[in-house]
Design a binder for this molecule. Structure first.
Ligand SMILES: Cc1cc2nc3c(=O)[nH]c(=O)nc-3n(C[C@H](O)[C@H](O)[C@H](O)COP(=O)(O)OP(=O)(O)OC[C@H]3O[C@@H](n4cnc5c(N)ncnc54)[C@H](O)[C@@H]3O)c2cc1C
Length: 583
């Protein structure tokens, strides 16, 4: 049985004439129960109106910019469920409560008299990592009065101080060492490098210092007040700092990031380090064990190997960089298998004993147990979000498993005047995701219409070779049954790659089988991290192969490999012979 059902605006509490800011469906679309139909915005909050019935949209009965009240028809659908019965939307009591609570909390908390606090700001941002400082700066640029609270003495968070920037500085040194050595094959020989880890770290720290000093300057220029201290929520309107001071706020953005996860039961020994300790190069050991074959562990393995350590990598699953398309990892693995002492997959560390001569590590693998001694052990088994370390419950903010705080597309938590962004807001723990979310949160806080609607977030392993991907991966496409076509271009046919002495890489693009639009792509080879941005743009803009192939790429560059992969899909590629792809 089926029939027409009118889906209406639910009870909006005290609100009337609420603006429709976005229409999320169009006639012909199929909607499932709970799918969002439109977005409404009061002056205090935004909310989506969900579908109470599944079916096909016949007509959209409101327009963007129009105003609606409870009971107004939003969308008419041809219901597909058997049990559609009435033509009135039925909102479950809990759902209604949630919608009303969202609007009510926003209203109450903003108008409620604020507690008597040491400091007060329209917007407080907790944490000055890439998420936090970007949010604070964007909000200040939009005219808000902002306080940025940071527990560390410098701004920049993990990314600038103990993450992206210092690791890339060391990886650059590693690349220079490796490239100099590789030139011997091509007739240019250098002597063995003399490595001074203290001076190298000094250079790395100088790079970091320039960045963090720059941030302090940018905060000053924008009149963002920076307060140093550990912040905890005392209510939905104020924070307490560890120095006894308090900060009142109208709105708050939580950007307190994440911390390295540690294995349990390890001895307390300075030779066992996390990624922060590993960046100190103190010392560069003869034998290094990297526990965890993810991106961070493999980047540090690259650094230590170039500096002269014999590296062993142990990974619990059966793949390096778990989750990454295996074909992208293969060229990297082939190279590091020759360089590293061992790569042990499907293996776990079941015990570590510290002795005066080293760290005795018990390794439990498919073929039984072995014990090996290392001079240093890097634990890089993931990171844990800091959402559950802020007394968020005192503000009514729900914190999920692993310290993650759930948010909607406006980066609002279940308490709409409190936002969460970055590593603690779920999704990939990446700086560029944090900064993108930060701008959305700041804009929404400032009353702008903004939402996180990026189609894709690029990932990059700055290993040697680099591995980068964006959008749909082949692994996901296969899992989800997405109809896709793949086109790839091997770097062995790229003049630029050959002139760099690097022919191991390739570029692949995935296309929607029907529309021909780019769904995603992956690149392995030097500078893959820079190159992947073009594929990201293609995904974001809904470009197809012809859009890329008819864009003239400079020659000879590695960027041409993206155009060549698109030409391979179009059947217009002349730099390789693909007989069955001629069009
Ligand atoms: C070794 C390493 C390499 C990495 N490389 C890359 C890379 O190449 N590219 C990439 O995109 N990402 C990389 N990342 C991940 C990246 O660093 C994070 O995704 C990013 O820093 C997250 O930003 P954030 O603002 O959410 O939090 P964070 O950078 O973690 O910042 C959170 C800030 O909040 C502060 N804080 C926490 N609690 C409180 C409190 N209660 N009161 C006051 N302040 C508080 C912290 O001191 C910190 O400064 C790397 C990470 C590591 C560890």
């Amino acid at each position: 049985m089926s029939g027409k059902v009118e889906l209406v605006v639910p009870d909006l509490g005290d609100f009337a004439d609420v603006e429709v800011i976005e229409i999320l469906v169009a006639p012909g679309d199929t909607v499932a129960v709970e799918d969002s139909l439109i977005t409404l915005e009061t002056d205090k909050a935004t909310m989506d109106v969900p579908a109470s019935h599944a079916g096909t949209v016949v007509s959209v009965d409101v327009a963007t910019g129009g105003r609606v009240n409870a009971g107004d028809v939003v969308v008419t659908i041809e219901a597909s469920d058997e049990d559609f019965g009435s033509s009135t939307i039925v909102i479950e009591p809990e759902e209604q409560e949630a919608i009303l609570a969202k609007v009510a909390v926003s209203d109450d908390t903003v108008s409620e008299p604020l507690p008597d606090t040491t400091h007060f700001a329209e917007l407080v941002v907790i944490g000055a990592g890439p998420g936090g400082y970007t949010a604070a700066f964007r909000a200040a640029d939009l005219g808000m009065n902002v306080i940025l609270v940071e527990r560390w003495p410098v701004l920049g968070g993990v990314c600038l101080n103990v993450g992206c920037i210092p690791s890339k500085a060391l990886l650059h040194a590693a690349k220079v060492i490796d490239e100099a050595e590789a030139m011997a094959e091509h007739g240019v020989k250098f002597g063995k490098p003399e490595i001074d880890p203290v001076a190298l770290c000094g250079w790395k720290d100088k790079v970091v210092g320039r960045m963090t000093d720059g941030l302090a300057q940018l905060a000053k220029q924008r009149k963002v007040q920076v307060i140093h201290g550990i912040a905890n929520f005392a209510s939905a309107n104020h924070l307490e700092l560890d120095n006894g001071e308090t900060i009142g706020f109208r709105q708050c953005i939580i950007a307190a990031g994440s911390e390295p996860a540690m294995l349990r039961g390890l001895p307390d020994d300075r030779r066992i380090v996390d990624s922060t300790g590993a960046l100190e190069l103190d010392p560069v050991p003869d034998r290094l064990l990297v526990v965890g074959g993810g991106i961070i562990g493999l980047e540090m393995a690259c650094v230590y190997s170039a500096l002269g350590s014999a590296v062993t990598v142990v990974e619990l699953t059966n793949a390096l960089m778990p989750g990454t398309d295996p074909d992208l990892v293969r060229p990297f693995r082939k190279i590091v298998e020759k360089r590293y002492e061992k790569i042990l997959l499907g293996t776990k560390v079941s015990g570590v004993q510290a002795t005066s001569t080293g760290l005795d590590v018990l390794l439990e693998g498919k073929d039984g147990n072995t014990a090996e001694t290392f001079d240093k052990v890097l634990i890089s088994v993931g990171r844990r979000a800091n959402g559950d370390k802020l007394n968020a419950e005192k503000a009514g903010v729900a914190v999920g498993k692993q310290g993650i705080i759930s948010v909607d597309k406006h980066m609002q938590t279940n308490v709409p005047h409190i936002f969460a962004i970055g590593d603690l807001a779920g999704g990939p723990m990446l700086a560029h995701k944090a900064t993108h979310e930060a701008k959305v949160a700041a804009e929404v806080a400032a009353g702008e219409k903004s939402a996180f609607d990026a189609r894709s977030i690029p990932s990059v392993a700055y290993t040697d070779p680099e591995i980068a991907w964006v959008g749909l991966t082949e692994t996901e496409a296969k899992q989800d049954g997405v109809a896709y076509e793949k086109a790839a271009f091997p770097w062995a046919a790229s003049g630029r790659a050959l002139s760099l002495g690097r022919d191991e890489g390739f570029t692949k693009l995935l296309f929607d089988k029907e529309s021909g639009r780019v769904l995603g792509g992956g690149i392995v080879g030097p500078n893959a991290g820079d190159l992947i941005a073009e594929v990201g743009l293609a995904v974001e803009m809904g470009a197809d192969a012809t859009d890329i192939s008819l864009t003239i790429h400079p020659h000879p560059t590695l960027s041409e490999t993206i155009a060549f992969a698109a030409e391979a899909f179009d059947g217009t590629l002349t730099d390789l012979y693909i007989p069955n792809k001629k069009k």
